[in-house]
Design a protein around this ligand. Structure first.
Ligand code: PLP
Length: 872
């Protein structure tokens, strides 16, 4: 059922040749990879001089007097200069392209989890070696400066990180792809662990400004309107007049996204809410100016913080405001650019693709309609056709509680004109359904965009776009067969799958430089531009010398992480133990509690028999819990309480350690993942749409221990069934249970004494002096039906852990598994994912797919050519 075609990574696997002792592949054997390193010719001496001058001009200080922060900012400024130079060229090129009318993609996302940028830009621009050498000669360690960069936390987790990986790949593939999002003043909170529990502190990422990596473009600000009322005026045709609204300035900040060695610079445009217009209105006597300061604050609060708590009404309003703010500013900007081309609007879908990443930007559909109908004067029918052909949508979750819907009243008050448009879209959509299913009210009500007082954002996105994709084969399958089955029935051609990917440049080349160098020494550097070439490593899977080097690199990465754990947590861990890692948002469906239960059980067994044949193990867990998510926050406390007990128990002779690493973010991920032996990917089957951390771990040679869910299934296909360990209920089984109303956890409680013992430990004071601390967990497992099948999968999980323990003891077998994982990680590069999006959804290369040898024809864009070869 999960057989997938894999043309991207299989096409040329037979072509590897050895040339001069180095393995090179395909055409590359004869032709060196074309490198365009803009500053390959800058000498170390020139760098040092430029660095000193920059430091003087920025801070009027000598090297000796400068702080690390100032040294970092000096380096970043030099890199910025280099970006500016390249960017200017890229903009010129883009202006030409617009004349030649190449299609532009705009990826709308409420989150972009970029991570630090210094390293990536230096690598992409070909500057890293020169900078590192030059700094060393000045007595500065690059690694130290790197730590000075703030990690902009403009996302919660996977969704935002995915958007950032895609930006990287679009630039690397030289696609005209840009991001559109919000410049939150405060990112996701900073997590601190105090007394074992999570405390949230504001993430003041702009404390020192984001000067090196952003460019404010105030002259391109646009106005976004909220509230007010709509009046109809008939002057030959009906005109909608929006009045008494509140106007906010959306001011763009552009973050350059550099491509790998290709002189491409794309743009991530983040919008910031400012009250400039309010000031003007006040000056012009249009508004009451007595409370201007308060008013200004209220307007600017729109881009104040990522995902404000929506438990209260106020929070909900703010969140809807954010969504409309981003979409309206983004689309106005796109249409302004489009108009410069002097083309009829009917051509918009050939020149522009707007991608809706999850439902948060789904208001792009009615906003595009507003701009085309109200402002450009198109007919509803024409505008609708253009909108549908321009938009595409990715679904990221099937969790019912994550399916966004907005109360009609709130929506109508905040966005009166948009509400009218959604209403009209719904009317027409229901009429279409009526023609298809005459008299079937039940079905129509079930599919309606507005029903029972709510507006369903996913339905709006599907109805208003030409493509809806899931993010893993299984996930797309579940969308078609279950969650969105009715929609799939009417629009089967709109549904497709695009399995997620991660950029191998950040997650392997930058995060694990030692492994990256070994790979390049072994198979050449073709993998950097064509990650599928990693497959050439398979022939070294049993090579003793190669295995030894792989093991040595892993050991050194583990030593680095062990030092960090010592510093941060004050816990001494053995870098020869198995590093067993689960890092991701804390959520019931991700089942950190299953991990905890296995650790509790293993601990118990070690107490009973200290000579138990288990390889020493360090369990590492990290992740943030949403601020208002009680049980997830308790899970963090549970992990820390258990850690306290285990790490201080001399009887188990350090055989196991448990560490919770606080404030998980991209930078921490970049240190943890290269050091992992075991990648814990254990969600309840069917609940994790795809996952992306699973791919990052694989790329770094960790072995997945996972359920048959999301991307894990495809990882198993790619790496080979013997190179990953899977367990537990399958998705069809879980879905069957859900249909039946669940299962009875008491059966397991009574039949498995281990389960009973552990559950009792949650509430008998063994882990915490407050017996109520973990009562909510206890109740969720026993009294609320164990919704996520933790107890049900427990025995299978323990058995799978035993397999891991066994395999690790035979180091030859283990290293072989690691190598196979690295070798087959190429397919999970976001370069592959993006080539698929570009070809199949945005159709950037209409001609390229069919182009086999005609690619040399004049006028054929190099991008199309490149995509053509990638997808053959
Ligand atoms: C990759 C990544 C995620 C996503 O992890 P999953 O395990 O796929 O949910 C979340 N946060 C950060 C910081 C990441 O780098």
């Amino acid at each position: 059922m999960y057989k997938r075609q894999q043309p991207y990574c299989q096409a040329k696997s037979g072509d590897a040749k050895h040339v001069g002792g180095v393995l090179v592949t395909g055409q590359d054997a004869n032709k060196p990879v074309e490198r365009r390193e803009p500053n390959a010719d800058m000498t170390t001496e020139q760098f040092k001089e430029a660095y000193r001058n920059k430091l003087y001009s920025l801070y009027a200080k000598t090297l000796e007097a400068a702080s690390d922060k100032e040294k970092y900012l000096t380096l970043a400024s030099l890199v910025r200069d280099e970006i500016s130079r390249t960017w200017l060229q890229a903009k010129k090129l883009r202006a030409q392209q617009q004349e030649n009318q190449e299609k532009q993609v705009y990826y709308f996302s409420i989150e972009f989890l970029l991570g630090r940028m210094l390293d990536i830009h230096m690598i992409n621009l070909g500057l890293k070696d020169t900078c590192e050498r030059g700094l060393r000669e000045l007595g500065i360690e690059l690694a130290q400066l790197r730590e000075e960069e703030e990690d902009p936390g403009l996302g919660n987790g996977g969704l935002g990180r995915l958007a950032a990986c895609y930006l990287d790949s679009m630039a690397a593939l030289e696609l005209n792809g840009h991001g559109c999002g919000i410049r939150y003043r405060y990112g996701l909170f900073e997590q601190q662990i105090i007394g074992g529990a999570q405390y949230e502190f504001p993430d003041d990422w702009l404390k020192y400004g984001y000067y090196p990596w952003e460019y404010r473009a105030a002259d391109e600000a646009v106005e976004v309107r909220f509230g007010g009322a709509v009046r109809l005026q008939a002057n030959g045709r009906i005109v909608y007049i929006h009045e008494n609204y509140e106007a906010v300035s959306a001011v763009p900040y552009d973050i350059p996204i550099t491509g790998y060695h290709n002189n491409t610079v794309n743009t991530l445009r983040l919008w910031s809410a400012e009250a400039e217009l309010a000031k003007q209105a006040c000056a012009a006597g249009q508004t009451d100016c007595r409370n201007t300061l308060q008013y200004k604050q209220s307007l600017e609060s729109i881009s104040h913080v990522l995902y404000p708590d929506d438990t209260y009404h106020e929070g909900k309003v703010l969140r809807l405001k954010q969504q409309y703010f981003m979409v309206s500013a983004g689309l106005q900007n796109i249409l302004r650019d489009f108009r410069k081309m002097n083309l009829p609007y009917a051509n918009l879908p050939d020149k522009v693709a707007v991608h809706i990443n999850d439902t948060h930007p789904a208001l792009a559909v009615p906003e595009m309609m507003r701009l085309l109908v109200d402002e450009a004067g198109l007919s509803w029918e024409d505008a609708w056709d253009i909108t549908v052909r321009t938009m595409s949508y990715t679904n990221h979750t099937i969790l019912p509680e994550a399916m966004e819907k907005w109360p009609e009243d709130l929506f109508r008050t905040l966005l009166p004109r948009i509400y009218m448009i959604v209403h009209e879209i719904n009317e027409r959509f229901c009429r279409e359904l009526w023609d298809k299913y005459p008299g079937n009210w039940e079905k129509i009500r079930h599919m309606a965009i507005i029903a029972d007082g709510y507006i369903h954002m996913a339905y709006l996105a599907i109805a208003g776009s030409h493509s809806t994709n899931g993010v893993a084969v299984l996930h797309t399958d579940i969308l078609k067969k279950e969650v969105l089955h009715d929609f799939w029935e009417i629009y089967p051609q709109r549904f497709n799958n695009k399995t997620n990917g991660v950029t191998h440049r950040r997650w392997l080349l930058a995060a694990n430089p030692k492994l990256a160098s070994l790979v390049t020494e072994t198979i050449g550097e073709a993998w950097l531009e064509d990650p599928c070439r990693l497959q050439d490593l398979t022939q070294y899977a049993d090579d003793a010398a190669f295995q030894k080097e792989i093991a040595e690199i892993k050991r050194r990465n583990k030593q680095v992480l062990a030092r960090i754990i010592q510093q941060k947590n004050g816990i001494a861990v053995d870098s020869d133990s198995i590093f067993d890692v689960q890092v991701k948002r804390i959520h019931a469906y991700k089942r950190q509690s299953l991990n905890v239960f296995h650790i509790m059980d293993l601990y118990q067994r070690l107490l009973e028999d200290p000579d138990l044949p288990v390889w020493p193990r360090t369990f590492i867990i990290g992740g943030k819990a949403a601020m208002g998510y009680y049980i997830a926050k308790r899970t963090i406390k549970l992990i820390n309480s258990l850690a306290e007990v285990i790490n201080n128990d001399k009887r188990i002779r350090d055989k196991i350690k448990l560490v919770f690493l606080a404030n998980y973010n991209v930078s921490l991920a970049e240190t943890i993942i290269p050091a992992a032996d075991v990648s814990e990917q254990i969600p309840t089957a069917s609940r994790e749409a795809c996952g992306t951390a699973n791919m990052k771990f694989m790329m770094n040679g960790a072995v997945t221990l996972g359920t048959l869910d999301g991307g894990n299934i495809e990882i198993r296909e790619a790496a080979g069934h013997s190179n990953i360990v899977t367990f537990g209920l399958t998705a069809p089984e879980v879905l069957q249970y859900y249909r039946q109303g669940g299962y009875n956890p008491w059966d397991i409680y009574h039949s498995d004494p281990r389960v009973k013992r552990m559950l009792e430990k949650l509430v008998d004071g063994s882990l915490s002096s407050d017996r109520e601390d973990f009562r909510a967990h206890y109740d969720s497992f026993l009294h609320h039906g164990d919704q996520y099948f933790v107890l049900k999968d427990f025995a299978a999980y323990v058995a799978a852990q035993e397999i891991i323990n066994g395999k690790y003891q035979d180091q030859k077998v283990w290293r072989r598994m690691c190598i196979h994982n690295i070798a087959h990680a190429g397919w999970f590069s976001s370069d592959r994912t993006f080539a698929e999006y570009a070809a199949e959804i945005w159709r950037l290369n209409e001609a390229a797919i069919s182009c086999q040898d005609g690619c040399e024809q004049p006028g054929f864009s190099p991008i199309a050519k490149r995509l053509g070869t990638m997808l053959q």
